[in-house]
Design a protein around this ligand. Structure first.
Ligand SMILES: Cc1cc2nc3c(=O)[nH]c(=O)nc-3n(C[C@H](O)[C@H](O)[C@H](O)COP(=O)(O)O)c2cc1C
Length: 310
């Protein structure tokens, strides 16, 4: 079984990847999406999303704990996506992932993300162009939802992605219209898995060991991806692999301090205060203590003030 740490724009950055993969249990991380419009993205910009590229070797880039990191691209122009995929592979990304699931109105209005699920040929063109632009042994993966407004194209979309040469597919088991509303329709992942031969990674609403067991049984997938659950319970991957019990709050709390130590954005930046508050919003769903802490730091504006309180 592989447990993949999901891409989460605005929340799951390299600092968080380091903390979570150091705890253990994760087999792969995917970065927040990098938006591709009509130009080649600079190396500097790629490094901002994925500083792990600095340590890339022949086997690709990893977190400090050695977990491979894959850059995710979001865009709609096949040629431009292919050029950027080739570049990020050259920089050392462990494969390249394509975002076909983003529900954001702004992204969709620019014809990126989930809106592409309306036409399987769109998906084919993008994946195929990327596949042709990278070395043969590069892993090209895609992440989809079950559809845009309905699920009528779910199978066709997956087949288009496979026939274009993708090596694996992650399925977030909801349509764009369903947003993040429970439930995730894991049985749909089983239908997709049955219709293609490449590995399928099941995603959506896996917050506990029990969820993981049910999802794996219903979706018929060995591999799963976790996003919000990993932020609620920092050792979720270990819990799912049944190698550790649920992390107690005092250990989770020390991770918040560790996150301040990795702070590289300076005390004046809003980056750390914003991100730690975001993280606490997830942690409080698992730990009541996190809610009390959130109330205390809610109004604090600097990293220094939060560090002192912690
Ligand atoms: C705040 C937030 C940001 C996200 N950013 C991305 C992203 O950049 N790329 C992507 O493919 N999915 C993104 N997702 C979707 C997640 O990767 C995942 O598919 C979804 O949250 C369902 O999985 P979960 O129930 O384990 O969280 C995001 C989700 C959230 C809540």
């Amino acid at each position: 079984m592989r447990v993949v740490l999901a891409p989460m724009e605005g929340v799951l950055d390299h600092l968080m990847r380091d903390i979570l993969t150091q705890i253990g249990g994760y087999d792969l991380c995917v970065t927040e999406f990098v938006r591709v419009v009509d130009q080649l993205i600079s190396e500097r910009a790629f490094l901002r999303y994925c500083p792990e590229l600095k340590n890339a070797n022949a086997y690709g880039c990893t977190t400090q704990a050695g977990t491979p990191v894959r850059v995710q691209l979001l865009g709609q122009n096949p040629t431009c996506m292919a050029d950027n995929a080739a570049k990020v592979i050259e920089l050392g990304s462990h494969g390249v992932d394509i975002n076909f699931g983003c529900p954001s109105k702004m992204v969709n209005n620019n014809r990126g993300g989930a809106v592409l699920l309306k036409d399987p040929d769109n998906l084919y063109q993008i994946v195929n162009a990327i596949k042709k632009s990278v070395p043969d042994d590069t892993i090209v993966s895609a992440k989809i939802r079950l559809g845009y407004e309905d699920k009528s194209l779910a199978i066709e979309n997956a087949q288009a992605i496979e026939s274009a040469g993708a090596n694996e597919l992650t399925v977030h088991a909801r349509t764009k219209t369903e947003g993040y509303r429970p439930p995730a329709h894991w049985h749909w992942i089983a239908k997709i898995k049955q219709s293609i031969d490449i590995p399928v990674i099941a995603n959506g609403d896996i917050f506990t060991l029990d969820d993981a067991l049910k999802c794996r049984e219903t979706s018929n997938c060995n591999d799963i991806m976790v996003g919000r659950g990993a932020l609620m319970l920092p050792n979720l991957a270990q819990v799912i692999k049944e190698i550790a019990p649920v992390m107690p709050w005092d250990e989770a709390q020390t991770l918040l301090l560790k996150y301040t130590e990795c702070e590289t954005y300076g005390d004046k930046s809003k980056y750390y205060p914003n991100r730690i508050k975001q993280w606490l919003k997830y942690l409080k769903l698992q730990y009541t203590e996190a809610d009390q802490l959130f109330q205390k730091i809610r109004t604090l504006k600097t990293a220094e003030a939060i560090r002192e309180l912690l």
